[in-house]
Design a protein around this ligand. Structure first.
Ligand code: SF4
Length: 355
């Protein structure tokens, strides 16, 4: 189960997710989430193994509001129960509160340990707060902590990136999710790029940053289990892994997606439409039914992003050139996985293998 909390105290300049700064609507929103949880509690049809409270910024909710949501889901007893937090929101009392609610995994949007880069992309915390937040979380009893990092930021140097990786590794965390900056249409950062105020990092440097990340984390014992995700053995994110293997999921909250194969559906990405629809019990949710080909293509796309790859028998095209060129390789148990070189051009390979 995924629960979306679409509130942010401030919009980051690169972000195109559905979120709002109308913090005064948090209580009203949580009431709607509680109603939706009641309305859809039987929909999954099987035990809920993981719960992920994401955003937006879930840590903009008070412990009281988080407790109200928790009361309706605590009976699921998920093996993995994650909440995303912003390092700028974290206090010891808050994190102890989360821990006592049964949350057992934290995902922190750190992005960088360089204050000037954090400012440049519009994050509201600084490096010191990020480091402190991890320490406080550990003291509060969290032993499964993930941090998000970003690379290919404007003006970012290899030295800065190396320092970020080293700082991350020094914190004793269990999981790292790492994304190259994307200039999404309509964001403030894209406008700055178009106006020549900033320059994008070139592709070779971006690839070199990615390679550095993979090398450092693997040397530190992290398993590179998905293109953007690294975990100490046993700490791979169960929730995200479920998305990658087509496990059904229910998404609660504005903009949240659900997938009960073969139907994917989503709530409106609009606070008013969501709250009024839930309150009137006639929420208009859009949906699409995935065809066999759609499911095949998704399996190919998601599978090749993981270190398990896809079974060789799934592939319907000739991949001998990819193997000869060291972009894909076959494992002993008959899976095809992307090599490091292959990951650099993975989107092109996946597109080619889709039907
Ligand atoms: S905190 Fe997350 S969701 Fe909110 S604006 Fe920043 S990147 Fe977007």
């Amino acid at each position: 189960m995924y629960i979306h909390i679409p509130f942010c105290k401030k919009r980051c300049l690169y972000c195109d997710f559905f979120s709002t700064t109308q913090l005064e609507r948090r209580e009203e929103y949580v009431q709607a989430v509680l109603r939706e949880l009641e309305q859809r509690k039987d929909e999954a049809g099987e035990p809920i193994r993981t719960i992920y409270i994401g955003g937006g910024t879930p840590s903009t909710l008070s412990i009281e509001l988080t407790t109200a949501i928790n009361q309706l889901i605590t009976s699921y007893q998920p093996a993995e129960y994650t909440i995303e937090v912003n390092p700028g929101d974290v206090t010891k009392e808050y994190l102890q509160g989360l821990r006592s609610l049964g949350l057992n995994r934290l995902s922190m949007g750190v992005q960088s340990f360089q204050d000037e880069l954090l400012q440049l992309i519009g994050r509201r915390h600084n490096a010191r707060q990020a480091i402190e937040a991890v320490k406080i979380a550990q003291e509060a009893g969290f032993d499964n902590i993930s941090i998000d990092l970003m690379y290919a930021l404007p003006t970012q140097s290899m030295e800065q990136w190396k320092a970020d990786i080293e700082t991350a590794l020094s914190l004793g965390i269990q999981h790292v999710s790492c994304y190259g900056l994307m200039y999404e249409e309509g964001t403030a950062l894209t406008k700055m790029l178009e106006e020549g105020q900033i320059e994008a990092i070139d592709e070779d440097t971006e690839n070199a940053m990615y390679d550095m990340l993979c090398d450092y984390l693997q040397q530190a014992g992290f398993v590179h289990y998905e293109v953007s995700n690294f975990a100490l053995p046993g700490y791979e994110a169960k929730h995200n892994s479920a998305y990658w293997d087509h496990t059904p999921y229910i998404g609660i909250g504005a903009g949240a997606h659900s997938f009960i194969p073969p139907v994917r559906s989503w709530n409106p990405s609009d606070l008013d439409a969501y709250i009024s629809g839930i309150t009137a019990q006639n929420l208009q949710r859009e949906s699409e039914t995935l065809t066999k080909d759609d499911l095949y293509n998704e399996r190919m796309m998601l599978g090749l992003r993981t270190n398990r790859g896809v079974t060789k028998s799934l592939i319907r095209k000739d991949i001998s050139a990819y193997i000869a060129n060291g972009l894909l390789r076959e494992t002993e148990d008959g899976h095809i996985v992307a090599t490091r070189q292959g990951i650099h051009i993975l989107n092109r390979i996946i597109e080619d293998l889709m039907i």
